[in-house]
Design a protein around this ligand. Structure first.
Ligand SMILES: Nc1ncnc2c1ncn2[C@@H]1O[C@H](COP(=O)(O)OP(=O)(O)OP(=O)(O)O)[C@@H](O)[C@H]1O
Ligand SMILES: [Mg+2]
Length: 340
């Protein structure tokens, strides 16, 4: 393991009674990295975080922090910070005292305490709010207090479980930027759980896509977005048209596509709507949906091999509902899936 490794999970297995929530998971996270755990509900994201934090004892495997085995170390001795979705601030305490709370428990007081709390509040832009109480703050400000409260403990790794899910769309975007800024400025290693692919793509240095308690793919946002390895990941990152390759032909769930020509030696092909070329080619479809999306128009096409989602520049003449058209799925526009 290199010096640059902050946290490593080795063959981590987590069970609740007879239910296996996470199975033999291997993951290495570098110092200062911001890693997103992305996956659908129930895939084991929170369970993994709880184990890292020491709130759930693994049934198997090892957790190392800075190379030291912490699998059996008590939660409060792990130097791991936690910020869950319900980040419950103390409503009767001021912002300052909320942020100071954990530090006081550690016996920090006087000027040292004040300096650390103030620098925490500064890093989230809330110095002017130190004397307020949580009910006098907006949702986003409360979120930032919770972030400051975690950060001042100087954790080696900070775990955030869907920290933005309580916020409205606009605040979420602001907090996203804020989180990323604080993370880069302080260099703290962060693991961030989300089931929102846009959030993971925007924030993370690396994304871990989880499925049914296992890792489906690990990669940079670009890799996950452009080169999903499987049907599952492709579907998750917005490839609306996904086909499998069998016996040298391309298949939808219901039919074989009339595409000639050599297919890659792979498990499938995935096309984003914008990869579909309208108005030329030898595939046929009928327009069953048109929606204007600003710069583009989105089409739902009915074809002999199922529904195809397409997207075209809004400056081009629009196809109308019920109109028949030809289109093409150029293989060079597809993501090549190596697994089913
Ligand atoms: N306390 C528990 N007892 C029994 N089973 C549990 C418990 N907590 C979670 N599970 C199960 O373990 C699996 C993983 O749950 P987990 O909470 O890790 O999912 P998640 O990926 O965080 O999902 P979400 O996106 O909905 O938060 C699920 O099948 C869930 O039902
Ligand atoms: Mg969860």
């Amino acid at each position: 393991m290199s010096d640059a490794t902050a946290l490593s999970l080795e063959k981590l297995t987590l069970r609740y009674g007879n239910t296996t929530a996470v199975e033999s998971l291997d993951l290495t996270i570098g110092k200062g990295e911001l890693v997103a755990l992305l996956g659908p509900s129930g895939c084991g994201k929170t369970t993994t975080m709880r184990a890292i934090a020491g709130l759930l004892a693994p049934s198997g495997g090892t957790i190392r922090l800075d190379g030291v085995d912490i699998t059996r170390v008590a939660t409060n001795k792990r130097h791991i910070g936690l910020m869950f979705q319900s980040y419950a601030l103390f409503p009767h305490l001021t912002v300052f005292d909320n942020v100071a709370f954990g530090l006081k428990l550690k016996g920090i007081k006087g000027a040292d305490l004040r300096n650390r709390v103030e620098s925490g509040l500064k890093s989230v832009g809330l110095m002017d709010y130190a004397a307020r109480k949580p009910p006098e703050l907006s949702g986003g400000q409360q979120q930032r207090v919770a972030l400051a409260r975690s950060m001042v403990m100087e954790p080696k790794v900070l775990l955030l479980d869907e920290p933005l899910s309580n916020l409205d769309a606009r605040l979420r975007l602001d907090m996203r930027t804020e989180l990323q800024r604080v993370q880069k400025e302080t260099g703290v290693t962060m693991i961030f759980v989300t089931h929102d692919q846009a959030e993971a793509l925007a924030l993370a240095d690396r994304i871990v896509v989880m499925r049914k308690g296992a890792i489906e793919q690990i990669g940079t946002p670009e890799e996950i977005y452009n080169a999903p390895v499987s049907h599952f990941v492709a579907d998750f990152v917005g490839f609306e048209n996904i086909y499998s390759i069998r016996d040298g032909r391309l298949h939808s769930d219901t039919a074989t596509l009339p595409i000639d020509g050599p297919l890659p030696d792979a498990a499938g092909l995935a096309f984003r709507p914008r990869a579909v070329v309208l108005g030329q080619g030898n595939l046929r479809g009928t327009v069953r949906g048109v929606s204007f999306a600003g710069g583009t128009r989105e089409y739902v096409l009915e074809t002999a091999f199922g529904t195809v989602k397409a997207e075209a520049d809004a400056a081009l003449p629009a196809y109308r509902l019920g109109e028949e058209l030809v289109f093409d799925l150029p293989i060079q526009n597809a993501a090549i899936l190596s697994r089913q």
